[in-house]
Design a protein around this ligand. Structure first.
Ligand code: G3D
Ligand code: MG
Length: 185
């Protein structure tokens, strides 16, 4: 199927502190490789990729995800609300080797909610699980995710662990919610 053919299109934003691995996750998902030489994201950029979602009756829907990789550095803070607009879902990323990136998750959620004036489905991603110097334990991440009613996924953009799962879970949530909504009208 060509990538121009799809049933639903959703804008997804990737949030989190600088250097947690947002660009690495998006690159790994959309191109299937891990690079260490790309530049710090300036402003924002997006990648587009189709995924296939299977309904409970076994039929399939093609979901096109437009994934916005928003710059985490505070000097871009003033621009970010503009990039959040129109997003249907979000991926909230922290780095398991840096506790600070976990402590500020609520601030990222608040910034997003404030910019778009509503709550949208989010997925919590604990990235860099391949590194030996992990400090944020899985139970802590899972608790935060439970408290905010979102799925929790452990990932490594380096090994690829969890990467496809992040996008297929979010894409499925968004597609099925859209269908439930249009069926109820
Ligand atoms: P950001 O987009 O959130 O700012 P980047 O983060 O994707 O630019 O990643 C920041 C650094 O972390 C990069 O290293 C990148 O290679 C590394 N990184 C991202 N994800 C992982 C991961 O899952 N495992 C490991 N080991 N490293 C990861 P450099 O050295 O290029 O700055
Ligand atoms: Mg980046």
């Amino acid at each position: 199927m060509s990538s121009s053919s799809y049933d639903y299109l959703f804008k997804v934003v990737v949030l989190g502190e600088g250097a947690v691995g947002k660009t690495a996750i998006v690159t790994r998902f959309s191109h299937g490789f891990f690079r260490t030489d790309y530049k710090t994201t300036i402003g924002s950029q997006f990648a587009v990729k189709n995924i296939t979602v299977t309904r409970s009756d076994g039929s399939e829907v093609t979901v096109k995800l437009q994934i916005w990789d928003v710059a985490g550095q505070s000097r871009f803070q003033i621009l970010r609300p503009m990039y959040y607009r129109g997003s249907s879902g979000g991926i909230l990323v922290y780095d398991v080797t840096r506790r600070r990136t976990f402590m500020v998750l609520q601030e990222w959620m608040d910034e997003l909610t404030k910019a778009i004036n509503k709550e949208i489905p989010l997925i919590l991603v604990a990235n860099k699980t391949d590194l030996p110097d992990r400090v944020v334990e899985p139970a802590e991440g899972r608790r935060f995710a439970d408290e905010h009613n979102m799925p929790y996924i452990e990932s490594s953009a380096k090994t690829g662990e969890g990467i496809i799962d992040i996008f297929s879970k979010l894409g499925k949530t968004l597609a099925l919610a859209r269908e439930a909504h249009s069926n109820s009208r």
